[in-house]
Ligand binder design. Structure first.
Ligand code: LLP
Length: 386
């Protein structure tokens, strides 16, 4: 299934804006549902940080997914959108008191706890409300992932999670606390991971930990393996739906679950990245001495991934079929890193051409800013423009 763009409709819309292909989103969600419904103990919590657009969330909700939140704002939005609090998990190294209270008041499924001081605060706040907070300990499995250094999280040097060596002590502390209930173990090794071997390494590590815990008669109800499944940024048409079969089968094959344990996933990018495209207009074509620039009306305020991670996004000129030329595709912001791609082959570019920046459904709109007093980008779905 290939995203097709309603170019005539685009012509009359103010750029830049995000365009969401809802058919593709639905097919992606269906693919996830097909895989997870094969096993009754699998539960996917969509990582709302990837895309929190209400139009997108509305569709995700139809498929019954839970939500993975990392802030009070995300919890508020999820609840407002009608997601079941009993399917909300809440992670993050720095949860504020009001955010913890919000989670407690809404009786969310689980707090993914990253340190002892945090555990103590949750225990206190839950005590004040005379309630018990379900908690999972986020363990840093010291498993490297083959991805960009800024988005790998499972190594001992990262700020995330509790060291494996400290696990026994933390579990002991947890069990002494009256207002927290230790229900699970949580892991997350990074993002944009395409090598199933990385997830196999995670499974092996979890198996080792579970064996040790089992020897002490500790069995938790739930194992949460985080998110991280990557997508094909180079070929958004050919591989528009990630290989969920390989992903879920990897866990099925390599992770040894105890009886009655549920397995939780926190997928973000894999759910929404390919359905989103940033649509922009060419303001100017500028001839430099060495190269030519296509200057767009979209910038790093609309999509920061290329500037922040040197991320690749496929770029296409939707308005021209003339022979290709090379362009540095840049935004209007006063920062040298405001570049979407260097030496990009595009059909000959003219002022006013519509440019599509693909695979931007994840960490695009959610990371947009108002730097330079720019307005936030608008969004349209294929349903709205059909
Ligand atoms: N669970 C936890 C604990 C996480 O930290 C993350 C992402 C996820 C789940 C979802 O990961 P995903 O399935 O989307 O890979 N802004 C970066 C990505 C940051 C990811 C942060 N954590 C980017 O644009 O590539």
């Amino acid at each position: 299934m290939m995203t097709s763009f309603p170019i005539t409709k685009f012509e009359s819309i103010k750029t830049p804006f995000y365009y969401y292909d809802t058919n593709l989103l639905r097919q992606t969600l269906q693919a996830i549902t097909d895989e997870t419904s094969k096993r009754d103990n699998y539960c996917v919590h969509y990582a709302i940080k990837a895309n929190a657009n209400p139009k997108v969330l509305q569709i995700i909700k139809e498929y019954g997914l839970g939500i993975d939140c990392v802030s009070g704002g995300e919890i508020e939005l999820s609840i407002k959108m009608g997601f079941d609090p009993q399917k909300i998990v809440f992670a993050g190294v720095g949860k504020s008191d009001w955010e913890i209270n919000l989670g407690l008041e809404n009786k969310i499924l689980c707090f993914n706890v990253e340190s002892i001081p945090e555990l103590e605060v949750i225990n206190d706040l839950a005590g004040q409300k005379n309630t018990i907070a379900n908690i999972a300990l986020r363990i840093n499995p010291d498993v490297g992932a083959h991805t960009h250094a800024n988005i790998t999280t499972g190594l001992a040097e990262n700020k995330f999670g509790i060291d494996m060596d400290d696990m026994d002590y933390v579990i002991e502390r947890t069990r002494q606390m009256k207002n927290v209930k230790f229900i699970g173990l949580h892991f997350h090794i990074g993002s944009q991971i395409l090598e199933m071997d990385d997830f196999i390494a995670l499974c092996n590590r979890i198996n080792e930990l579970q064996t040790k815990l089992f020897a002490k008669q500790i069995i938790v109800d739930h194992i949460n393996v985080g998110g991280g499944l990557g997508i094909d940024y180079k070929h958004p048409n050919r591989n528009c739906i990630p290989d969920f079969n390989s992903y879920f089968s990897t866990f099925h094959k390599h992770l040894k679950l105890q009886n009655n344990q549920t397995l939780h996933f926190e997928l973000g990018r894999a759910v929404v990245a390919q359905c989103g495209t940033l649509i922009s207009r060419v303001l100017y074509v500028k001839q430099g001495h060495q190269k030519q620039f296509a200057i767009l009306d979209a910038g790093m305020t609309d999509l920061i991934r290329p500037a922040l991670y040197q991320a690749y996004h496929k770029i296409k000129n939707l308005s021209s079929v003339e022979p290709k030329e090379k362009y540095d595709v840049v935004g209007p912001i006063c920062e040298s890193s405001d570049v979407f791609g260097k030496a990009v082959d595009l059909n000959k570019v003219h002022r006013g051409d519509l440019i599509a920046i693909r695979s931007t459904g994840a960490y695009g709109e959610t990371m947009a800013s108002q730097y330079n007093c720019r307005p936030l980008p608008e969004s349209y779905t294929s349903d709205e423009l059909s």
